[in-house]
Design a protein around this ligand. Structure first.
Ligand code: URA
Ligand code: CA
Length: 434
């Protein structure tokens, strides 16, 4: 008979667990037969001893098998999903869904509300009057087959083993382990039914992984898991040393997405969408090379098909598509406040995480899952890293529904570093394809 204590000892001493051994402890933990203290000991052993490629793939699939798996087989074509390891003001999903769908890559997105500095993708889309994600699975498949893009709310009991493990790791100092993070993220994407997965692994001060080296290691671990279990997986390593684009907030990000789909978006957001989009188009089998994919993406931005696809996407799900022609129809805040630089110089750094917190202080995000969210509020950055400012010049505009925003203004000023160095951010650092 298999005993958990023997598996812990094997891993503690540097051994590799078999597929059956991994399935034993993941199944036992999910059902409650194996207690927290033994699994936390196993997590610590993995933290120090690492896992082989086979172990990582087996751990991922054991977590996938712990719950429901979404079946997207009613949808034609290679379903490509994108995942970002988290950033501030990350508007890429809103841009990429219609952008790659315009090239016939099916985007069958299951999305959640989530916690954070702004809402999740569904919250942002709900800033468009009438838009909803309460569609049946049949409607979902029909819409994607016809128009290539739809978003449905999360359903089913996906990866319960990951939920339990993540909570346990959080309180046992074992979150920060490459095999554990990689298997956790990949199990959720695989259970959600993607055939191919494009990962945006953030690096820098505002990211989970602070150094490029660690980010590359995480990306390689996830790409290798995906490819080892039959899901084509690629990654981009991108900088999160300042917020992405100018907008942080729900309606504000819809407006930014519209501008980007029109070819008039912020340079950094546009660039990242082109790189991730190119990988999605290649993974979806609609171009041979990243170079060819970029050209196709540029063409649908230039000829208006990307923006047109966004309108079709919104109206298919009840949304008022005319916001794409007139963004003033989006929710507006009652007050605008300009935040002015206290000194002159170059913007050397914008602490992404803290700027996200400033936006959350206005009510743009939620801390617990039952919090209400204010879709109209947020921040518009006017200056980014490398820009020059004069004392008194506006660096950001606060969109608020409360009259006193002194605390938010202070937070923004404290997290913009102004100095003599003209820093240049290298946004897209690497493509990882194996
Ligand atoms: N995000 C996840 O989903 N899992 C981890 O383990 C870490 C970050
Ligand atoms: Ca943004």
């Amino acid at each position: 008979m298999m005993r958990m204590v023997d598996l812990i000892a094997k891993k503690r001493d540097g051994g590799a667990l078999t597929k059956e051994e991994i399935a034993f402890f993941i199944d036992g933990y999910t059902t409650g037969d194996i207690p927290d203290y033994q699994v936390s000991s196993m997590m610590m052993a993995i933290f120090f001893q690492d896992m082989t490629e086979d172990e990582r793939a087996n751990l991922t699939m054991a977590m996938v098998k712990s719950g429901d798996e979404i079946d997207l087989s009613a949808i034609e074509g290679i379903k490509v999903d994108k995942h970002s390891t988290g950033g501030v003001g990350d508007t890429t999903t809103l841009v990429l869904a219609p952008l790659v769908a315009a090239l016939d890559v099916p985007v069958a997105k299951m999305s959640g509300r989530g916690l954070g500095h702004t809402g999740g993708t569904i919250d942002k889309l709900e800033a468009v009057s009438g838009f909803h994600t309460e569609i049946t699975e049949t409607e979902f498949a029909e819409i994607v087959n016809r128009d290539k893009v739809a978003v449905i709310g999360q359903s089913g009991n996906l990866t319960p083993a990951d939920k339990k493990l993540y909570a346990l790791r959080d309180v046992t100092a074992t979150v920060n382990s490459i095999p554990l993070i990689a298997s956790s993220i990949m199990s959720k994407k695989i259970a959600a039914g993607a055939d191919a997965i494009v990962l945006d692994v953030k690096t820098g001060s505002g990211a989970f992984m602070k150094t490029e080296e660690a980010s590359v290691e995480l990306a390689q671990a996830m790409v290798s898991i995906g490819n080892n279990v039959g899901r084509k997986t690629m990654a981009v390593i991108s900088s999160m040393s300042e917020p992405l684009g100018y907008a942080i907030g729900n309606a504000l990000e819809i407006k930014e997405a519209v501008e980007t789909l029109r070819g008039e978006g912020p340079a950094d957001l546009t660039r990242l969408c082109m790189e991730l989009g190119a990988q999605m188009v290649v993974a979806g089998g609609k171009a041979e090379t990243l170079e060819a994919a970029r050209e196709k993406l540029q063409a649908v931005i230039d000829n208006g098909q990307a923006l047109e696809k966004f309108k079709v996407f919104l109206s298919n799900q009840g949304g008022d598509a005319s916001v794409a022609d007139d963004v003033s129809k989006l929710p507006q805040s009652d007050y605008l406040f300009e935040v002015r630089a206290e000194t002159s110089g170059y913007i050397e750094e914008i602490a992404a995480e803290e700027i996200g917190v400033a936006s959350a202080m206005l009510g743009a995000g939620r801390q617990t899952k039952d919090d209400a969210i204010d879709l109209a509020v947020g921040l518009m950055l006017k200056k980014k890293t490398g820009d020059h400012v004069a004392e008194g010049e506006t660096i950001a505009v606060i969109h608020s529904n409360r009259e006193d925003v002194g605390d938010v203004e202070r937070k923004i000023l404290d997290n913009y570093t102004i100095g003599n160095n003209r820093v240049e951010i290298d946004l897209v650092k690497q493509h990882i394809t194996e």
